[in-house]
Design a protein around this ligand. Structure first.
Ligand SMILES: *Cc1c(COP(=O)(O)O)cnc(C)c1O
Length: 456
């Protein structure tokens, strides 16, 4: 180590006074710039000590300082263009909101709103009131309330109805959803005792009745949304489970997960269970996500018999898990769109993307191809081919939707490298890799120009 280098390090003041940092002081305050200069000099000192820095100058100190300022002040949240071919991609925030919901969000964010305020009586109101009527109308349930996500909905429903008691569930339904939602753990954390019945592939009505004791408080059915057991299988349909519950005086909860409010089969897609069907089957409480097939904001919706919803609302956990004005205002706007079935498909991006015309996708891919080629330059091969999109969000795991993709390869850069290149663009573009090709699926990108990377 060269000790004389340490003495050459500029002081924090010297760096902060440099003219090149004037703009940064104006934009971000002198405290931010001083802090960044301190970090820059500290890091230079470390590099001198470990022998990796061989020369010191005010220029390099200023440059490092600008780097630290950039790190601190640049937003961490960045836009991603979803060309992954997964319509509801959990890691990038699932459903894209309809315009009406964005409008509602904006106005709720800009000022105050009657979130929990009854304008007619001029007194405190109930925050679920904005959406409860819509949910009950759309599902046939007697009552409904909303929490932050479906995991929270399951947690509070179990805790309210069965704390300290046994929850009976089929072994085949002890699911794990991505992001460490494991039903056995949620059951435990909600203060309930898990009682598994049946086997992985087969569970019968007698398994449930045989498992019931004085400690049984609840029968739970979970929609095995993200996988399917095939072959020698049997499960107890919700209606039969409701019957068993009724005979024994035990309530039944269904965790639907993606729970749909519109029958996808009218658009030629496979059918996903409808929330209204669960309610019609007589289930006491059903829980589902706001940002899966519904196509709204992240939320957990709990619908069912008034007696149970009232108890859930009174649970102190509701206070901890309640949704805020941004969630409730945008959820209300999305639910309102469901009142007009004729315009629904066009109005909700998730539904629009699931049902997008294949020729329209091909046209978008064809349009984007030469633009991408021009933006990338010579060493890339860019062409259009057939592939498949998936729905994601734990919905219809076996269903693939035919699509057209822009495929990109390079002799010198592996597909992972091309993927990183697109992620470094502004805005970042998320594609997917398949058979050593980097693929961009225009299904969820309505303007093909957005598939063209703006590289720095
Ligand atoms: C997705 C899902 C959940 C978790 O819902 P979040 O809204 O992600 O919290 C729970 N159960 C099932 C069956 C699901 O599909």
């Amino acid at each position: 180590m060269d000790r004389s280098l340490l003495r050459e390090l500029p002081s924090v003041d010297e760096v902060a006074r440099d003219g090149r940092l004037k703009g940064a002081i104006e934009a971000h305050s002198s405290a931010v710039v001083m802090g960044a200069a301190r970090s820059a000099i500290d890091s230079m000192r470390m590099s001198i000590i470990d022998g990796t820095l061989k020369a010191v100058s005010i220029d390099s100190a200023v440059e490092r300082t600008l780097g630290y300022i950039d790190c601190l002040t640049k937003a961490s949240f960045r836009r991603i263009i979803n060309a992954s071919g997964t319509i509801l991609h959990t890691n990038i925030g699932r459903a894209v909101l309809p315009d009406e919901a964005i409008e509602a969000l904006r106005f709720a964010a800009e000022g105050n709103a009657n979130l929990e305020f009854d304008l007619e009586k001029g007194e405190r109101g109930e925050r679920d009131s904005h959406v409860e009527g819509l949910i009950t109308k759309l599902t046939g349930a007697e009552a409904a309330c909303v929490v932050n996500n479906n995991a929270a909905a399951v947690l509070i429903a179990l805790n309210t109805l069965a704390e300290g008691k046994e929850v009976v569930i089929s072994r085949g339904e002890l699911i794990e959803i991505g992001g460490s939602f494991r039903l056995p753990e949620i059951i435990k954390k909600s203060g309930c005792i898990l009682k598994e019945v049946g086997t992985t592939n087969r569970t019968h009505g007698a398994d449930y009745t045989g498992a019931m004791t004085d400690a049984t408080a609840l029968l739970l059915k979970a929609h095995t949304s993200n996988y399917k057991v095939v072959g020698f299988t049997s499960d107890v349909p919700l209606k039969a489970l409701v019957e068993i519950g009724r005979e024994n005086g035990i309530p039944v909860i269904e965790d639907l997960g993606s729970g749909s409010l519109a029958d996808l089969s009218v658009w030629g897609l496979p059918k996903e269970p409808l929330v209204s069907e669960s309610i019609a089957a007589g289930v006491d409480v059903v829980t589902f996500s706001g940002d899966k097939l519904l196509g709204g904001p992240q939320a957990g919706i709990i619908a069912g018999k008034r007696e149970f919803i009232d108890r859930i609302r009174k649970n102190p956990l509701k206070r901890a898990l309640r949704a805020g004005k941004l969630t409730l205002s945008s959820l209300e706007a999305v639910l309102r769109l469901y009142l007009n079935r004729d315009k629904l498909r066009e109005a909700v991006p998730t539904l629009r993307h699931m049902t997008r015309d294949i020729n329209d996708i091909e046209e978008a891919a064809m349009k984007a191809r030469p633009l991408i080629e021009a933006a990338l330059g010579a060493p890339f091969k860019v062409w259009v081919e057939k592939d498949v999109s998936v729905i994601g969000g734990g919905a219809l795991p076996e269903t693939t939707l035919p699509t057209w993709v822009v495929s990109i390869t390079s002799e010198s850069i592996p597909a992972e490298g091309i993927s990183r290149l697109f992620l470094s663009a502004s805005p970042a573009i998320l594609g997917r890799i398949n058979r050593d090709r980097f693929l961009l699926d225009p299904r969820t990108v309505e303007d093909p120009a957005l598939l063209v990377p703006r590289l720095k």
